[in-house]
Design a protein around this ligand. Structure first.
Ligand SMILES: *Cc1c(COP(=O)(O)O)cnc(C)c1O
Length: 410
């Protein structure tokens, strides 16, 4: 095949801000869980655009939704309402605890909305004169958590390196250890307006909250009239085998944020909450030009219509077993993992003592064997494939991954 490349990977380094280090190839086409690069090489995609492409690439229903809406109406702004946004909000509120929706364009923005709402709600509902003279504006988050890259969300996120050099950062935020209820109990008070957590820490290494912890956090929030925010940007939209991970735990938040998979590859985020809490965002208090964009909402509606089905969600649990069994079999041969942690198709293979800090080596080797994987921190190899990936593609991708492992350990 002749391919006169007018765009090359080298050009990236010439023209882009150097904050990313993308792989050596440039994919130009995707279908389902396969990708092809500029030279026509085929890759199996276990990365899924970082837990975004829940229906793989170029899913016909999403392509249709985008084309249909694309020929009708792209954008209005929130000066006018639009049908796809209203329909999607109806679906999201029918399917979850929530009664109200605010749209954003990313996970970080959904979290900005959640954190601002929590402050505003406390300011309105528990002003100092009604709260024993105490200002109620403190936010508690967890070490190792990730909530996005805006200044507020890196301040709330539990990874100090993402704040380094960007100070001064917003105040009134503190961090305690994840899955340590005593630490939260010691920190939380009537000054706390919100506790924010990922039900399963994603970027932090695929670390699930224990049942006792998540129940304990809910109880402490109730005791101190603090709102509980679940950041389900990574765990949401079927990823764990439930539409949202809170449903697996049977613990309901006051505010939930969702993005990544919500648009299946089209940028959209949303904050979900109750009518009572939503009241604090009265006209003019918050907004977004693109939030609720008809194209994004039309695609997202198609995503939700497919994912919110028992067959798809049960399929996620079955595929989990294929993945985890396959990874454990690889580990029996090569002894590289301490454990494989997972919830549905959010899978983290934690490298053992000998391979600490080497997750990127496995990612690079996998790419050479034509399978795309991710890392979650320096020592966890992460897999977040499409939720409808073929079982045959899982097997083939794991065979390629095994060849990569063999190369790294040799
Ligand atoms: C990815 C992620 C975010 C940030 O989402 P963006 O769309 O990149 O802003 C926030 N929270 C969690 C848990 C995430 O995984």
């Amino acid at each position: 095949m002749t391919n006169h490349k007018t765009v090359t990977r080298e050009m990236f380094d010439d023209v882009m801000v150097p904050n990313y280090a993308p792989g050596k190839i440039i994919p130009v086409r995707g279908e389902g869980s396969k990708l092809w690069d500029q030279d026509g090489n085929e890759f199996i995609d276990f990365a899924g655009g970082i837990a975004v492409n829940v229906l793989g690439h170029a899913h016909p229903a999403l392509v249709d939704a985008l084309k249909n809406q694309g020929e009708k109406l792209w954008h209005l702004s929130n000066v006018l309402a639009n049908e796809p946004a209203i329909r999607l909000a109806q679906r999201l509120t029918d399917l979850t605890f929530a009664e109200k929706v605010f749209y954003a364009n990313s996970g970080a923005e959904a979290n900005e909305a959640a954190l601002k709402l929590a402050r505003r709600y406390a300011w309105e509902k528990f002003p100092a004169e009604k709260n024993n003279g105490i200002e109620k504006n403190e936010i508690i988050a967890f070490n190792n958590s990730f909530h996005g890259r805006t200044l507020f969300t890196v301040s709330v996120g539990g990874q100090a390196k993402y704040r380094e050099g960007f100070e001064p950062v917003p105040g009134g935020i503190s961090h305690v250890d994840f899955n340590d209820l005593d630490a939260l109990a010691a920190k939380i008070s009537d000054k706390t307006c919100a506790v924010i957590m990922e039900p399963i820490e994603g970027e932090g290494g695929i670390i699930p909250a224990t049942q006792a912890f998540i129940e304990g956090v809910r109880a402490l929030c109730d005791k101190h009239n603090a709102l509980l925010i679940f950041d389900e940007v990574q765990t949401g939209v079927g990823r764990t085998g439930a539409l949202y991970a809170y449903m697996n735990y049977g613990v309901t938040p006051d505010i939930l944020t969702t993005a990544k998979a919500l648009g299946g590859g089209f940028p959209i985020g949303a904050m979900l909450t109750t009518t009572e809490i939503a009241k604090s965002l009265v006209i003019g208090t918050h907004g977004s030009t693109y939030g609720g964009n008809p194209l994004a909402c039309a695609v997202s509606e198609a995503v939700i219509n497919i994912i919110a089905n028992p067959e798809v969600l049960n399929g996620v649990k079955e595929k989990n077993k294929l993945f985890v069994d396959g990874l454990n079999t690889i580990n029996e041969k090569y002894q590289i993992f301490d454990e494989v942690r997972s919830a549905g198709l959010l899978i983290g293979a934690a490298l053992n003592e000998k391979w600490q800090g080497k997750a990127k080596d496995f990612l690079n080797a996998a790419q050479l064997e034509q399978v795309m994987v991710l890392v979650a921190g320096p020592s966890v190899v992460r897999f977040t494939p499409s939720l409808v990936i073929d079982n045959e593609e899982i097997k083939e991708g794991l065979a390629r991954f095994e060849r990569a492992v063999a190369k790294v350990v040799s």
